[in-house]
Design a protein around this ligand. Structure first.
Ligand SMILES: [Ca+2]
Ligand SMILES: [Ca+2]
Length: 358
């Protein structure tokens, strides 16, 4: 008890002076909470009212530790370093007079019992801090400028896309109409192609049937030969025989002409028609394929514009410009590539396939 009274008595002088201007470990903004002019102090959590002399007497009275802002008596307490020339800071009360100069308290005020000598290095620390802050501010200004430029770019892109979308919708409609028209013509051409092909096949099949016709022809030849033989026989001069011979010769000539025409013209004509029909169908098939490719290209462009128009690029579209931008980084084994809003890939430097990371 004697020791405690001595501590209280010793504190009176420091406290009397501190009450008006400062209290160790208390920020200036909190000083009104430590108005001890009434001779008492109310713990900041309101739990106790204690004598003013109990503040910073190195004995923990308040459950929240608020009566010992300048000592290490309360485990819950916090010590305030003013750090003039730098930024004020709080440290845990346990670090007050623990023999270690805490960097957060560059003014060295956390060590005041003489066990450790902590110089005030706030000027140097503050200068470095301000330079760093200045650098950060410059980067932020630069970033803000870039952001404004990206927002302007997004607005321009929005207008451009709107026009492009309108144009592409028209292109898609026209390309679809072209596809429909060519498809119709191609279908007709393919029908003609089939008909001509069928005709050639029919002619070919008829030719296959040739041996049967040949049998009949052979029979006819025998008759004609028999009639011809009569020409030099005793029946010479017989008007009936002469008439039969004339008819036979006429039949032979007609058959020769017919066979000659069939072999050299009619069949070739069919094949020619089939070839032309196929060539024409090929042209329309090719045109249709090209028209479909064009349609797909327009549709793809339109879909991409729609995707970008509806994608969330930020409140003001500030990230729009970054879509598709690819960045890469190397490690000893891999190259990593990230394409913004698109893909992430791991590429091996020793060969092998790439790994899609999403
Ligand atoms: Ca106390
Ligand atoms: Ca310390």
């Amino acid at each position: 008890m004697k020791l405690r009274l001595l501590v209280i008595a010793g504190s009176c002088f420091g406290l009397a002076a501190a009450a008006t201007s400062s209290i160790r470990g208390v920020a200036k903004s909190k000083l009104p909470l430590y108005d001890l002019s009434s001779g008492s102090f109310t713990c900041l959590d309101g739990s106790l009212n204690i004598p003013a002399l109990s503040v910073n007497d190195d004995f923990c009275d308040c459950p929240d530790g608020s009566d010992e802002p300048g000592t290490s008596a309360c485990p819950e307490g916090r010590f305030h370093c003013k750090n003039v020339w730098h930024v004020p800071a709080y440290i845990a009360s346990s670090r007050v007079n623990d023999g270690v100069c805490d960097p957060e308290c560059c003014d060295g005020t956390d060590e005041y019992d003489g066990r450790a000598t902590c110089p005030n290095i706030c000027k140097e620390v503050g200068k470095r801090h301000r330079e760093k802050q200045l650098e950060k501010n410059r980067a932020e200004i630069e970033g803000a400028r870039a952001k404004l430029s990206y927002i302007a770019s997004a607005e321009q892109a929005r207008v451009t896309r709107s026009g492009e979308l309108e144009r592409l919708e028209q292109e898609v409609t026209a390309a679809q109409a072209t596809v429909d028209m060519i498809e119709e013509v191609k279908t007709a051409a393919e029908m003609r192609e089939k008909e001509a092909k069928d005709a050639v096949e029919a002619a070919y099949n008829a030719k296959i049937c040739g041996p049967h016709v040949d049998g009949l022809n052979a029979w006819l030849d025998q008759i004609l030969a028999a009639v011809k033989a009569l020409e030099g026989s005793a029946a010479i001069g017989d008007p009936d025989v002469l008439k039969a011979v004339a008819v036979a010769e006429e039949i032979v000539e007609e058959r020769r002409i017919k066979e000659s025409r069939e072999a050299s013209e009619e069949e070739t004509e069919l094949e020619k028609e089939a070839r032309l029909a196929k060539d024409q169908a090929d042209i329309f098939r090719k045109e249709l394929s090209e028209a479909r490719d064009a349609l797909r290209t327009f549709e793809k462009e339109r879909d991409e514009i729609n995707r970008r128009a509806s994608f969330d690029y930020g409140e003001k579209g500030e990230f729009d410009k970054l879509d598709g931008l690819c960045l890469s980084a190397d490690t000893p084994e891999y190259t990593y590539e990230i394409c913004l809003f698109s893909s992430a890939t791991q590429k091996s430097k020793t060969g092998g396939s790439n790994t899609n990371l999403g």
